[in-house]
Design a protein around this ligand. Structure first.
Ligand SMILES: Cc1ncc(COP(=O)(O)O)c(C=O)c1O
Length: 425
């Protein structure tokens, strides 16, 4: 069968960004032909034994309780499972000194769905045919934002400024407020903090400045905290979650060990939350309740926040340290390589200035020496202008073993040296 597709059908049947590359990676791994690969492309979190045990224990508790039937054998409210909502509210009100009520919270099947609802509720064409944009204020950012809108031209990203420490071979992206335009044509603003793919953490001041610019036009700002505190707390630098006004604080339990259960949490103004809830009711009625029921226990006991700080964060932080120290030892000092400051998330981001080939070509070369990383150009959704930098970066996942990361970084350094030499000779 070959049914005709609508505009939306055509748009949604394309894989965007990193998903398209994952297909190539899966095929490479499958074809294998005897070659062993170190796969540093994964976005799937590592199954840490302590984290798995926590979810196992919570499941055993749920199974043994009379609540079980109520959880899995019944529909519930679109907003979310009430004991879970209560646990999150109690935790956040106490932890951050807030006065949130259950009108301020929505539970979704994964946090990706929050961005889908918001991108299409606030972005796209209005009834008067005006295009409302979904603004990504700091590019590169999460590749998934490239696919959240039914109107692809609505997603627009802003080129950053680069804070470069040449001697240390480090850099950091900063929002370019002289270029960032938020006005009556903006539908909503989205950014990840900590950022996938770069590990960047926007400062509290930068977040407040973006939120203020947007507040002047009544524009919601979705702060994607999939890696933020208090769970999974994958921030390696101090950061304060910011609430109130036009900010929708969006969380995910995926990096806290429950990616399969699909739990997203949006906290914000009650009007925005209500609207997102209606979107959800129309789309899928509600988020599954089993994951919410076990997460209720882990949050209410404080175990999830504890394990985040004591197990999850140190695990990935120590992997980043291995990337850092291996590159420092193995990379030629005279080449313009720059590692993004490791401020959080589960990736390292490497910029190879004036790289004599594209990131895609380098990805292919690295495959030949058994290393798989993700070419960086997949992480600039909405940034349409030509910019050499888009083709000079790689995302390196921190989900491999210490030895694998060390070996892969050494091979990468050798390959990079060879590639730059090829233009000198
Ligand atoms: C920055 C960011 N936001 C959102 C998501 C989607 O997460 P979820 O599993 O909650 O839908 C991811 C997943 O990798 C992510 O990296």
């Amino acid at each position: 069968m070959n049914p005709a597709l609508t505009q939306f059908g055509a748009q949604m049947s394309h894989l965007t960004g990193v998903r398209a590359i994952m297909k190539d990676i899966i095929e490479t791994l499958r074809a294998g032909s005897g070659q062993e690969f170190i796969n540093l492309s994964a976005g799937n979190p590592v199954i840490l034994p302590e984290v798995e045990q926590l979810w196992r224990d919570c499941t055993a508790e749920l199974l043994a309780s009379p609540e079980y039937g109520e959880v899995v054998c019944r529909y519930g409210s679109s907003q979310g499972y009430q004991p879970f909502i209560n646990a999150v509210l109690a935790d956040f009100n106490q932890r951050y000194g807030l006065n949130l009520t259950d009108r301020n919270i929505l539970i979704t099947p994964g946090s990706q769905s929050i961005y889908f609802y918001a991108a299409n509720a606030f972005g796209g064409y209005t009834t008067s045919k005006q295009l409302k944009k979904i603004v990504l204020p700091l590019s590169p950012d999460y590749t998934g934002y490239g696919g959240v809108s039914l109107i692809p031209e609505a997603v627009v990203a802003c080129k950053p400024t680069l804070d470069i420490d040449a001697a240390a071979h480090r850099f950091k992206y900063r929002p370019d407020f002289s270029q960032l335009s938020i006005d009556q044509t903006t539908g909503c603003v989205i950014f990840s903090r900590p950022c996938n793919p770069t590990g960047n953490v926007l400062t509290d001041d930068e977040v407040k400045k973006i939120a203020d610019l947007a507040a002047a036009f009544d524009v919601p700002v979705l702060v994607d905290s999939a890696y933020g505190p208090p769970f999974p707390s994958l921030n390696f630098t101090e950061m304060t979650p910011i609430f109130g006004g036009n900010i929708v604080h969006c969380m995910s339990l995926s990096k806290a060990g429950l990616p399969g259960e699909r739990i997203g949490i949006a906290i914000g103004d009650e009007k925005i939350i209500q609207l997102l809830e209606c979107f959800q009711t129309n789309m899928c009625i509600h988020s599954p309740r089993y994951g919410q029921a076990i997460a209720t226990r882990a949050i209410a006991s404080g175990a999830l926040a504890d394990i985040s700080i004591n197990v999850i964060r140190p695990y990935y932080q120590s992997k980043f340290a291995i990337v850092e120290s291996t590159l420092e030892q193995a990379m030629p000092k005279d080449l313009p390589w720059f590692l993004h400051r490791g401020e959080g998330a589960i990736f390292a981001w490497l910029w190879l200035k004036d790289l004599p080939m594209t990131d895609w070509e380098l990805y292919q070369e690295l495959k030949k020496v058994g290393v798989i990383v993700v070419p960086g150009s997949s992480f600039f959704p909405g940034l349409r202008e030509d910019w050499q930098h888009k083709h000079e970066c790689l995302r390196i996942s921190l989900t491999a073993t210490n030895d694998e990361i060390e070996t892969a970084m050494k091979r990468l350094a050798q390959m990079v040296e060879k590639v730059y030499q090829s233009v000198d000779s």
